[in-house]
Design a protein. Structure first.
Ligand SMILES: [Mg+2]
Length: 364
């Protein structure tokens, strides 16, 4: 059976304001860059996807890399998984991570959307799964703000989609400040909810041993990235010492990193990021690696595509939900009782908001 040919690529970057600025140990962010990718096929189908590569000043470089890479697939019958493997081989001279991988990830996400659309299926069905809602936690706030403000914020995050799990950022100067933050958030979310926490890699290993030891009795669902993501030996040490599960993965740059982390047994759970892992195809590989190691997989950002992927991830755990991407979409995914609802539409069902593009397009 002949498939439509890949014809053209469009990439638009927008830099949009965040409703609640991100205040993390990595920095304060008031705006977030999104690259909106569309791939047109010969039958008129348009595959859509977006990536949010953190640093708006580098989006022009990523766009150029994407356009260069796209030439390898132009005027060929669409075949996302094959394209991905070819693309990775093609890029190997530049390495299997970094900006080259971001470019491949962006194309891959849009290719899979197009491929599901020509088969008239939602992405998760196209991948061999079925449509259903996906268990999620609200990750939209609870930054390193003043601990006393976190009670109100926790209440509002829970009520936003009837969530029963939220994530608080930890790693303040003093342990007591973290403890007050935890106490206030717990009061806001109630005893039946789960509290996850994220240190955004802000501690050294000796600091982490102290701080996590003091927090180990708090009943937190996981400790996320307490130390730099590449300090494998440190993670092994923390895993040995703590009862609370350790998670990392948003900084896996390609599935090679996921394999290395799991082979070295450095975490209890993983949470790949759709962009940094390398797109839909790379997620599928990572999900198989995690299944082989029997490690639970959560997600990082990109809840639209990630929710489809969780439906075909054998060891799926929590999906991360934030409202950040709502502004770029015509119809953001809905929430229901702490779950993200996958819309019964072909592909991922996303369309880009034209008003947002008009208002926030980033001009080079
Ligand atoms: Mg994190």
């Amino acid at each position: 059976m002949k498939k439509p040919l890949v014809k053209s690529l469009s990439v638009i970057t927008v830099n949009v304001p965040l409703e609640r600025p991100i205040v993390a140990s990595l920095g304060t962010f008031e705006y977030w860059p999104y690259m909106l990718i569309e791939i047109s096929l010969s039958d008129g189908t348009i595959g859509k996807g977006y990536i949010g590569p953190y640093l708006v000043n580098y989006t022009q470089t990523i766009t150029l890399a994407m356009k260069e890479l796209f030439k390898n697939f132009q005027n060929r019958e669409i075949a996302p998984y094959q394209f991905y493997n070819e693309g990775l081989n093609h890029l190997s001279l530049l390495g299997r991570s970094g900006i080259a991988l971001y470019a491949l990830a962006g194309l891959d996400i849009a290719f899979w959307d197009a491929s599901s659309k020509i088969c008239n299926e939602p992405l998760c069905v196209h991948l061999g799964g079925s449509v259903d809602k996906v268990k999620a936690y609200n990750s939209s706030g609870l930054w390193l703000d003043h601990p006393q403000t976190l009670y109100d914020e926790a209440l509002s995050l829970i009520s936003e989609g009837n969530f029963d799990a939220v994530k608080v950022r930890l790693g303040r100067k003093k342990l007591d400040e973290d403890l007050i933050a935890i106490e206030n958030v717990k009061k806001g979310i109630g005893v039946n909810s789960e509290l996850l926490c994220d240190f955004n890699q802000c501690l050294s290993l000796p600091q982490a041993i102290h701080r996590l030891n003091d927090l180990d009795e708090q009943g937190l669902y996981w400790f996320e990235e307490p130390i730099k993501y590449y300090e494998f030996e440190g993670y092994k040490e923390l895993r040995k010492r703590m009862k609370t599960p350790i998670i990392l993965g948003e900084n896996f740059h390609g599935f090679d990193d996921a394999f290395a982390a799991l082979k070295n047994q450095i975490s209890d759970f993983i949470m790949p990021d759709l962009l940094r892992i390398g797109g839909v195809s790379a997620w599928l590989k990572t999900a198989s690696i995690a299944e082989a190691f029997q490690i639970s997989v959560s997600s990082h950002l990109y809840h639209e595509v990630s929710s489809h992927l969780m439906r075909v991830t054998p060891t799926a755990g929590y999906l991360e939900w934030t409202r950040w991407s709502n502004i770029i979409l015509e119809e953001p995914y809905e929430l229901s009782d702490g779950h993200v609802v996958i819309p019964n539409k072909i592909g991922t069902g996303i369309d880009f908001n034209k008003e947002t593009i008009k208002k926030y397009e980033y001009k080079y």
